[in-house]
Design a protein around this ligand. Structure first.
Ligand code: SAM
Ligand code: DTB
Ligand code: SF4
Length: 333
């Protein structure tokens, strides 16, 4: 069988629901079987995040501590210097990261001023260190997507976050369609697509099915699918959301793995709320990437020494060389 023969874009909600709600041993067995056909079962990619422009965002995403609509502990800062990015990327590489992801609290990339050309320089620095470079900067024009491609950007992160139907109860300042439009521009520019979502925002299971269905309907699939567990931040509207059952995260990851077999499924925000055992289940469900380091963008993360110990206890390891996302998505191992 060709490893791409099982890539489908027409999953129905009923099919997705049946996968998601299967008995956990059966779901994990199916996810593992798919996972092993496309990925090394004992490896996870280490990525490092850096917030290059923090806080003061005009968007009203109900989960986000960086929105100017809410009062949180986040200290605003303007675009960081290229020297700061270089130092952070060098350190990330030393800690075993093979992808460096730069996030900006923008609705869209500023059309005027020097900021965008500085971001392009940051991308060149990261690529010059032989790491994958990812940016998440909000909405892009086609010209901006093309310029990022030209600078060597590996991936662009732009999450759908939730289902089309639930979206309006989380974000009112931009539409789902606008998110999809940016993803189409990224794809057209030849940059790989990183798009996923968040669970634990008060959504029910069918909302997750629809989010996963929308992601899997993209053709090609996003090369990267981050699954975030909501980090509940004081001051945001979702600060008091009910804590999510970790098994729901495991089920979401396993279902993403089955629907999008060749994609890297990233166990992203929220790991501090998970036991080591729950994280192990996420890896068994097909997650094959984590964020390293003590900080995500503005919130804490387990830190490299904890992760080193965890992977060692599991007999797993960080991916040593950055897989070329486009190639690795289609090469059986
Ligand atoms: N401003 C850009 C945008 O929204 O596309 C890029 C940065 S934004 C912080 C990147 C992603 O982080 C969001 O789409 C969301 O999925 C995730 N995120 C933000 N705050 C989070 C939280 N409190 N818990 C979990 N994920 C979160
Ligand atoms: C993604 O899906 N999760 C990361 C990355 N893409 C940019 C961001 C998580 C942010 C968590 C909240 C914070 O630290 O501010
Ligand atoms: Fe702004 Fe992104 Fe946060 Fe939304 S998720 S408020 S767009 S930084």
């Amino acid at each position: 069988m060709s490893v791409t023969a099982d890539l489908r874009h027409d999953w129905t909600v009923d099919e997705i629901g049946a996968i998601y709600t299967a008995a956990l041993p059966d779901l994990l067995f199916r996810a593992q079987t798919v996972h092993r056909a496309h990925h090394r079962s004992t490896e996870v990619q280490g990525c490092m995040l850096l917030s290059i422009k923090t806080g003061g965002c005009p968007e009203d995403c109900a989960y986000c501590p960086q929105s100017a609509h809410y009062t949180t502990d986040v200290t605003r800062s303007e675009l960081v210097s290229i020297d700061d990015v270089t130092a952070a990327a060098v350190q990330a590489k030393a800690q075993g990261a093979t992808r460096f992801c730069m996030g900006a609290a923008w609705r869209d990339v500023p059309a005027k001023g020097q900021a965008f050309s500085q971001v392009l320089d940051m991308v060149r620095v990261v690529r010059g260190l032989d790491m994958e470079a990812c940016c998440t900067l909000g909405m892009l024009t086609q010209e901006q997507a093309d310029a990022l491609a030209e600078a060597g950007l590996t991936a662009y992160n732009h999450n759908l976050d939730t289902s089309p139907e639930f979206y309006g109860s989380i974000i009112t300042t931009r539409t789902y369609e606008e998110r999809l439009d940016t993803l189409a521009r990224v794809r057209k520019a030849g940059v790989t697509v990183c798009s996923g979502g968040i669970i634990g925002m008060g959504e029910d299971r069918p909302v997750r099915y629809r989010m996963l269905q929308t992601l899997a309907s993209l053709d090609p699939h996003p090369e990267s699918v981050p699954v975030n567990l909501l980090v509940r931040v004081a001051g945001t509207p979702l600060a008091d959301a009910k804590p999510e059952d970790p098994f729901e995260l495991v089920r979401t990851i396993a279902t993403a793995r089955i629907l999008m077999p060749a994609s890297t499924v990233r166990l992203s925000a929220g790991r501090l709320q998970l036991s080591d055992e729950a994280q192990a289940l996420c890896f068994m469900a097909g997650a094959n990437s984590v964020f390293l380091g003590e900080r995500l963008l503005t919130t804490p993360n387990p830190g490299s020494s904890h992760d080193e110990r965890l992977l060692e206890r599991l007999g797993m390891r960080l991916t040593v060389s950055a897989p070329d996302a486009l190639v690795s998505a289609h090469v059986g191992r």
